[in-house]
Design a protein around this ligand. Structure first.
Ligand code: AMP
Ligand code: MN
Ligand code: MN
Ligand code: MN
Length: 280
C-alpha cells in the first residue's frame, strides 16, 4: 500500500516546521507521496518541491482554502493544483488580506476582556508575515498561561460564543472550487466530520459540492472517529466522490496523527490519486 498523506501544514501557514523540515520528516517517517496544504497560501510549495526532489519523495502541490457556506466555515483542499494559476493566486491573496483584518478584530475582542497586545503576541508566532490565523493567537495565549495548551485556548477563547471569536467572511464555495479546478486540480472537502452538520445539511453540502465540480471527500482524518470514517466512506461511494486521506499535521507536539501513520482508506472507495500520473 502506498504511504500517502495529502494534508499537512508548514510554517507558511500555521504549521511549526518549515516546508523543508516537513518534507524531511515525511521522508524519515516513510511517506512516499505528500501534499503540502497550507491554509490560503501556496508560498511554501516551491521550497517543498525542492526538498522533495532532494529527498526522493513525491510532493503534490496543495492548498487548504477557507470557505464560508451557510454561515459556517468549511475547508476545501485543492490537490494537484497549478500554483501559477492567476485566479487561484489572486483569490488566495484576497483571503490572506481578510485574515489580517480579522486578526485585528480578534485582538480588539481579546482587549475587551483584558488581554492586551495579542496581535503583536500572535505575530511573534507567525512564520510568514503574509498570513495570520487563530493558531498563532492560540500559541501566544497558551504561552501566556491563559489556558494549559493550544487546544484549551481554542475552547476557552477562539471558537463561536467565546470572547475572542469574531465572525468572518471567507471565499464562496463556488469560487474555491473554480480556482482549484481552473488550475487543473481536484477539490476535496477537508475533515467533513468537523463541521457538525446535521444529516440533511451534510447531504445538501455534498450535492452542491458535486454539482459545482467538487471531486473528493477527506475520509481519513484525525478529526474522525472510526464510525465517521465508515459514514463518510459510505457517502463517498454513494455520491461517486473520490476519497482522500491526510494527517492534518501541524507540528510534533500539536498533532494527533504524525506524518506517515494514516490508516488505509476503506475498501471499495476510489482513492483521489487514482488517475494521477505517477500513481495510476
Ligand atoms: P483559522 O483558519 O485562522 O480560523 O484557524 C483554523 C485552524 O485553527 C485550524 O486549521 C486548526 O489548525 C486550528 N484549530 C481550529 N480549531 C481548533 C481546536 N479546537 N483545537 C486546536 N486547534 C484548532
Ligand atoms: Mn491549521
Ligand atoms: Mn482544516
Ligand atoms: Mn488543515
Amino acid at each position: 500500500m502506498l504511504n500517502i498523506d495529502l494534508h499537512c501544514h508548514s510554517s507558511i501557514s500555521d504549521g511549526v516546521l518549515t516546508p523543508t523540515q516537513l518534507v524531511e520528516r515525511a521522508k524519515f517517517r516513510g511517506v512516499e507521496t505528500l501534499a503540502l496544504t497550507d491554509h490560503d497560501d501556496i508560498a511554501g510549495l516551491a521550497e517543498a518541491q525542492k526538498a522533495a526532489k532532494d529527498n526522493h519523495i513525491e510532493l503534490i502541490n496543495g492548498v487548504e482554502i477557507s470557505v464560508s457556506w451557510r454561515g459556517r466555515t468549511l475547508h476545501i483542499l485543492g490537490l494537484a493544483i497549478d500554483p501559477k494559476y492567476t485566479p487561484l493566486v489572486e483569490g488566495l491573496a484576497t483571503l490572506r488580506a481578510g485574515r489580517l483584518s480579522r486578526a485585528e478584530r480578534i485582538a480588539a475582542e481579546l482587549k475587551k476582556i483584558g488581554i492586551h497586545d495579542s496581535l503583536e503576541g500572535a505575530y511573534a508566532y507567525v512564520g510568514n508575515q503574509g498570513i495570520i490565523g487563530r493558531t498563532h493567537f492560540a500559541r501566544f495565549l497558551s504561552e501566556q498561561g491563559h489556558a494549559k495548551d493550544v487546544k484549551s485556548v481554542f475552547k476557552k477563547y477562539l471558537v463561536k460564543g467565546k470572547p475572542g471569536y469574531t465572525p468572518h467572511q471567507w471565499a464562496e464555495l463556488s469560487d474555491a472550487i473554480d480556482w482549484i479546478r481552473g488550475s487543473g486540480g481536484q477539490a476535496v472537502i477537508a475533515h467533513p466530520g468537523r463541521y457538525d452538520l446535521g444529516k440533511n445539511v451534510m447531504q445538501d453540502l455534498l450535492n452542491e459540492f458535486r454539482a459545482l465540480g467538487g471531486h473528493g471527500l477527506e475520509v481519513i482524518s484525525p478529526s474522525h472517529t472510526l464510525e465517521q470514517v465508515n459514514f463518510y466512506a459510505q457517502h463517498a461511494r454513494a455520491m461517486q466522490l473520490a476519497v482522500s486521506c491526510g494527517s492534518d499535521f501541524h507540528g510534533p507536539n500539536e498533532s494527533y496523527y504524525d506524518l506517515g501513520q494514516l490508516p488505509n482508506i476503506p475498501a471499495e472507495c476510489t482513492p483521489i490519486w487514482y488517475n494521477w500520473e505517477n500513481n495510476s
